[in-house]
Every structure is written in C-alpha cells, then in structure tokens.
Design a protein around this ligand. Sequence first.
Ligand SMILES: Cc1ncc(COP(=O)(O)O)c(C=O)c1O
Length: 393
Amino acid sequence: MSLLSSPPLVEAAASTAYDPIRLKVPMSLWDLPTPALTIDLEAMESNLLKMKTFYQGKKAKLRPHTKTHKCPIIAKRQIEDGAVGVCAAKVSEAEVMVEAGIGNVLITSPVVTKEKMERVVALAKKSPGVAIVVDQEKNVRDYDDAARAAGVKLPVLIDLNVGTDRTGIAIGKPALDLAEVIRKSSSLTFGGLQAYAGHLMHLRGFEYRKQASEATMGRAVEFKHALEKAGFEVPVLTGGGTGTYNIDCDIDGITDVQVGSYLFMDVNYRNVGGKDGPLYEDFRPSLLVLTTAISQPAKGRITVDAGVKAFATDQEPPDPLSLPGVSYRFAGDEHGILEFRDPRGPAEVKLGDKVLMIASHCDPTVNLYDQYYPFRNERVEEIWPIAGRGKSQ
Ligand SMILES: Cc1ncc(COP(=O)(O)O)c(C=O)c1O
C-alpha cells in the first residue's frame, strides 16, 4: 500500500484514555504514518514473562515503575503478572494510574509544595494503597497536617540516599530521627524505606554491578535492621531496577524491585553487559520507532523523517533494527541520517522504505508520543494511548 492510501486512523472506535482503541480495520505495521512509536508485542510479552518467571519463588516481589511506559494498559498487565503494586515518578503520573483503576501506587520522588501535597493526600483518600517518599522533616510535618485536614492516614516511606546524591536522606541518625518524626505524626503511617541506587543501574559488567549493588543495598538492609531494633516495623524496603533485577532480589531484606526499562530494553541498557556476555540480552528490544527514508541528497547515506522530536537525545542514539553496517545520527528536529558503512549502502534501504529503529533511552522517548502502535506478525489491531505522556508535574 502506498503512503497516500494508508487507512485513516481516525476511523478507530471511540474509547477512554486508558483502554486500547481497536482499529476498525487492522493495519500493516508498514502502513503506519511515521514516525510512529510501536511495540513489538511478541518481544514485550517475552520480557514480561521472563521477569515474571524469574521472580516466581523469590522472596522479593516486583513493583514495576510506570515512568517507563506511562500506560495503564501495560501497568495492568504487570499487576496481573503478580506485581505488588507500581511506582509513579510524579503526582500527575500517579493520578493517571489511580484514575485508570490501578492500586498500590508508590510515588518515588519527594513532593514538597502545598498544592501537590494536597493532591497526594486526595489520591490516598481515593486509593488507600497510594504512598509517597519523604526525605526531610518539614515535609513530614506538612504531610501530617494535610492528611489530618483531609481525614486520611497517609503511608510515607523514607527515601534513603544510597549514593546517587539525587534525593534521599543520609542513612544512620538523620534517617532514624526522621522515622521518629513519622512515628509521632498522628495522620501518617511509616511505610518503610526506599533505596534506589540509580547510579549503579548502568554500570558496565554484571560482576561489577553485582558487587556494587550488594554493598550499597546491603547498607540499606543494615539500616532496616537498625530501625527494627529501635522498635519500628519496616514492611517495605524497595529499590533497584532493570540493571540489578537479578541481583537485588537475592539480597535478604529487600522486599521489592522497581524494574522499568526491562519491558522495552533500549540501546543504552543493551550496552551495559549481562550475566552471559557483553550485551545485556536478558530482555529483548520491544520499543521500536518506525521511520521513513525520505531523501538521499548524498551517496552512502539516506535521510529518515525522525530526529530529536522522535527520540530521546540524552544517551546513545537509536539503532536501526536488523541492519548491520548502518548507523543513525541526529540531523535536527525532524530528521535523522542513516549512514552506511559500505558507501553503496545496503540494498534494503531505498527511498520510501520504512525503517524500524530500536529506541534510544526508552522513558524520555515514550514521553514524546501520544500513543503506541502495538504489533504482532506485522499487524496493528489496536492503539494504546500513553495516558501519562507529559505528566511530569
Ligand atoms: C526511583 C526509580 N525506580 C526505578 C526506576 C526504573 O529503573 P530501570 O528503568 O533501570 O529499570 C527508575 C528509573 O529511572 C527510578 O527513577
């Protein structure tokens, strides 16, 4: 089918922002208007299954982070797979998940302004499993006031700084004192600890990552024991991510792991190395951007219609899928250039062709799109709204 005769997507049946929208007429993947954010369903489902199977029989559970996919349809699948709940990075992201009917949402960043704290409390009133992290005394007192005013008991977890130096309170006396303030707050409950070691997730080499995570998360576990000795019940010690999913689950004391990127596996993560080799291939790349080759002003390369508005730019560039000898470089807002190692170029890429690209950093790439086009056997039957897109407040 030519580009001009692609079936119009507006014919799709109406639906809510949180449900799949079924196309009246299924489409070929290759007929999508580009750039299009697609999900290879077979690859994503294999990632979901691999993670689910890996955690069966482990003491630690999964608490996947929705900041990666921002899509309640996917969050529901993760819950169905046995996750104890999900994480949201910000209040507005959590609101989307709660609105879509997802329970046990942990907001993993501190929130300190009055209006947003009131939104957190309102959310907890609506969905009692909602919890938030704190790392400072004033914030705890403000939450206590807000929760009392709303007639809610708000669960709060202490966010520990385990070396990322991004958020969190120091392990030891500062965190112990904060726990005491929470204990004395009549409208708060002490939900436990968050120890997210973001600085370790992309360390190259499995053994190196393992040693670093065991040492770092070990300190969080020690602190958990110290709290218990001081009479605290610590129901949760949450942290970790895709880079340490098969390390943190075996550290006794960690209750759940906040995996995010495993679902999509971006270019960056693939390069950190896995247990079995220099490429991290435990999970398959499933987030693919479909592009079109639109112009060829010079030999040895071809221009596609996807630039910095189509891919995150903070890490490695996207990688053409199954096109050895071809690399991508950004060429402005709307364009990218595929460069051929062999200047004659691979016979496969010609003007008008569609090219699938493995997404660069997955979370910020997702945030550039309103919807996913999930496909199986090159067929698209549904559109999945990215309801949390832009919800970074
Ligand atoms: C607090 C927190 N937890 C979990 C994750 C998920 O990590 P990953 O995508 O490495 O699995 C992130 C990602 O940035 C995060 O910020």
